[in-house]
Ligand binder design. Structure first.
Ligand code: PBG
Ligand code: ZN
Length: 323
């Protein structure tokens, strides 16, 4: 490499055309995934206070949002359910007539080219708000695997392209993979939330999904934010169990993890720009402290640059419109 004055990095920054020519990282709408919260009912649209622009919707309204996203070029949608009834074991999670299952069928009928991903977890469906069933106040790993498999199967029956377990139970990818294969759904992919941290950035989501744990927290199953080596072990486990793609979550504060997972596995990597990351950008922009559009795009570009192939973000439609 030559050095100054022969080498002048500023030469290639002189015009927009030059900058575009040598840009290393590109963001494309097709790589963005929009999260939505569906519940039973008709013409229902309830704003989520801590996430401006995000709503809980009935399936008909969700379709409008999905159509707008698809029209902007967004590649996929990830569905979360807000059931009317919750119980100790989260039975509504595998109800073939549930909001998520109904939404999947509607999406596959109306917008077949939009990739449909379903979040597989128990916390939206249990009355205690934990991601699995409880035994003596602790989340009981192995019996939870059967329930997660039932939920994933019902999503597959409805026509989901990808199921995305976000519970962080050990062995869930294996359990779900074999349940899907046993029932003839070998073509349904698994995107595992492999490195999911016990993060304070999930606060606004728990309002949207009405899924805050009623006692204690999720540190007994989600990962400790200080750990990177452990994230790699989690990712390797999930890949060995049959995950087709792996997710890192949250995204912005964990760019080092995204980068390592991509470099060390070569698998498709998704990153979830979570509710708190979204809310912070919206709140600061609302106060006029930052420029919303530029910070939104920069935050997404940073996640791409770190190595994410797919980005799950509440900005999906808005960002896609700018691309
Ligand atoms: C459910 C789940 C959560 C998120 C995605 N799936 C919440 C949690 O684990 O408490 C968070 C998404 C967000 O904050 O946007 N297990
Ligand atoms: Zn959960």
């Amino acid at each position: 490499m030559s050095s100054f004055p022969q080498y002048r990095p500023r030469r290639l920054r002189r015009t927009a055309a030059l900058r575009n020519l040598v840009r290393e990282t590109h963001l494309s709408a097709a790589q963005l995934v929009l999260p939505v919260f569906v519940r039973d009912g008709k013409k229902l649209r309830r704003a989520v206070g801590s996430m401006p622009g995000v709503n809980q919707t009935s399936v008909d309204e969700m379709l409008r949002d999905a159509e707008a996203a698809a029209k902007a070029g967004v590649g996929g949608i990830i569905l979360f359910g807000v059931p009317e009834k919750k119980d100790a074991t989260g039975t509504a999670a595998w109800d073939d007539k549930g909001a998520v299952q109904t939404a999947v069928r509607a999406l596959k009928k109306e917008i077949p080219d939009l990739v449909v991903i379903t979040d597989v977890c128990m916390c939206e469906y249990t009355d205690h708000g934990h991601c699995g069933i409880l035994k003596d106040g602790d989340v009981d790993n192995d019996p939870t695997l059967e329930l997660l498999s039932r939920a994933a199967l019902s999503h597959a029956r409805a026509g989901a392209d990808i199921v995305a377990p976000s519970d962080m139970m050990d062995g869930r990818v294996q359990a779900i993979r074999s349940a899907l294969d046993d029932k003839g759904h070998s073509g349904v992919s698994i995107l595992s939330y492999a490195a999911k941290y016990a993060s304070a950035y999930y606060g606004p989501f728990r309002e949207a999904a009405e899924s805050a744990p009623q006692s204690s927290d999720r540190r007994g199953y989600q990962m400790d934010p200080g750990n990177a080596q452990e994230a790699m072990r989690e990712v390797v486990c999930d890949i060995q169990e049959g995950a087709d793609a792996v997710m890192v979550k949250p995204a912005g504060p964990y760019l080092d993890i995204i980068s390592r997972v991509k470099a060390e596995t070569g698998y498709p990597v998704a990153a979830y720009q979570v509710s708190g990351e979204y809310a912070m950008i919206c709140a600061a922009a609302d106060r006029g402290w930052i420029e919303k559009d530029r910070v939104m795009m920069e935050s997404l570009l940073g996640i791409r640059r770190a190595g994410a192939d797919v980005i799950v973000t509440y900005f999906a439609t808005e960002a896609a419109r700018q691309l």
